[in-house]
Write a protein that binds this ligand. Structure first.
Ligand code: GLA
Length: 395
């Protein structure tokens, strides 16, 4: 019995050893499965690096958002600036499609709002003055006699707090900033949150939110200069623009809307069918003279959807198509007329006149002084909420 028992004990021990090893191996397999799962859920890791340092020592972070398709968007905490944004052409080649700089110093030295978040007020406020509840507020006049893009130190020149995470909608970065009561002359302490989300289908979804503790005015936007050719120092005149607007806002010599809503039909301002930027930009037209090209706000047609297609830009050579969706009532189409070839381009050469165009979704310029324009007033207890999506594809 013993003789029989001995081998059976031996086999039992052997079995136990194997089972244990087997279990361990299973555990290992499970573990590596878990690791794969973890990698899958974090398959678009968001890189976080230091982009530079402010003169006071504050570190400026850079987040790189990526999606499965291969698109990458670099966002820095200084100004919430999009410094790089890669998109495929029709052959699948990814290239940077936004004007920007390689270093923080260049942004600090003077940037024409490349890629920046704009606040508290996108575009101009006449004579840097507006009234609210009988009180007059005086803002910086940083553009001739007028106030432009939030003043001397707008939201494009402050360091935001940035937190990045992967969500079921895609990789995102949430930027927050508190603008103190009286900052740049505006009333109310304003808490602002801007979320950039890069989706799987090559769209950058931007959600803006703000709350105030006193009645104030708010009009936030994004000031990316696009050049879909990927050759950032080349002119953008060969892009076709579509604007879903029957009217635009003519301006005076200081680029302040006159208050008139003018029909685009039969004018160089008609982009109801896609049209090359270069086609009529040099036409003999008083409004083009005043803007030195296109630098106007189009009154977006109200569609059935709250969040409809406002504009698109198409670059036939590369096949890149940019679509802009928004719930804002206006879009400033600016054809980069003030660029003058003095700033170095990331892809070599310089940023020459009209080497980038902007499609800034927003409420109309100078709304605080124009009773017929949709209101930009924000009261305590309300939440400012605005959404714009830039979607890229090829055709
Ligand atoms: C906006 C304005 C332009 C110009 C640029 C920045 O688009 O409408 O007039 O100031 O910003 O250079």
């Amino acid at each position: 019995m013993m003789r029989i028992a001995k081998p059976s004990i031996f086999y039992c021990v052997l079995l136990l050893v194997f089972t244990t090893i087997g279990c361990k191996q299973n555990k290992k397999e499970n573990q590596s499965e878990m690791e794969t799962a973890k990698t899958e859920s974090e398959q678009n890791p968001i890189e976080e690096t230091i982009f530079g340092e402010m003169p006071d020592g504050t570190k400026v972070k850079k987040f790189t958002l990526k999606n499965e398709a291969g698109m990458e968007v670099d966002v820095i905490t200084y100004g919430g600036i999009i410094t790089r944004w890669t998109a495929p052409d029709k052959q699948g080649n990814y290239e940077d499609i936004v004007l920007g700089f390689d270093s923080l110093e260049q942004y600090l030295d003077g940037s024409p709002y490349f890629g920046a978040l704009i606040g508290r007020y996108g575009n101009r406020i006449a004579n840097g003055k507006f009234s609210l509840d009988g009180e007059t507020y005086t803002l910086a006049t940083n553009d001739g006699d007028n106030h432009l893009h939030g003043g001397e130190k707008g939201f494009d020149k402050v360091v935001w707090n940035g937190v990045a995470k992967n969500t079921d909608k895609g990789a995102n970065v949430e930027l927050t900033y508190t603008s103190q009561d009286g900052e740049e002359g505006y009333p109310g302490k304003l808490d602002v949150k801007v979320t950039y989300t890069l989706t799987a289908d090559n769209a950058l979804d931007i959600q803006y939110e703000a709350v105030t503790d006193k009645p104030t005015v708010v009009n936030l936007t994004q000031h990316s200069y696009f050049n879909l050719s990927g050759q950032l120092s080349k002119q953008i005149l060969d892009h076709e623009i579509y604007l879903n607007a029957d009217a635009y806002l003519p301006v005076d010599g200081g680029l302040i809307p006159t208050g008139e809503f003018r029909e685009v039909a039969g004018t160089p301002f008609d982009f109801k069918e896609p049209k090359l930027i270069g086609k009529e930009i040099e036409a003999d037209n008083e409004q083009l003279d005043l803007g030195k090209g296109y630098d106007h706000c189009w009154v977006l047609n109200e569609g059935e959807e709250d969040f409809g297609l406002a504009a698109s830009a198409y670059h036939p050579n590369t096949g890149r198509l940019l679509e802009v969706y928004t719930n804002e009532p206006g879009i400033q189409f600016y054809s980069g007329n003030f660029l003058d070839g003095t700033l170095p381009a990331q892809t070599g050469g310089t940023y020459v006149k009209r080497s980038g165009f902007c499609l800034e979704t927003q409420h109309y310029p100078d709304s605080p002084n124009q009773a017929d324009f949709p209101s930009v007033r924000l009261n305590p207890g309300e939440t400012y909420s605005s959404r714009t999506m830039f979607k890229l594809s090829t055709k």
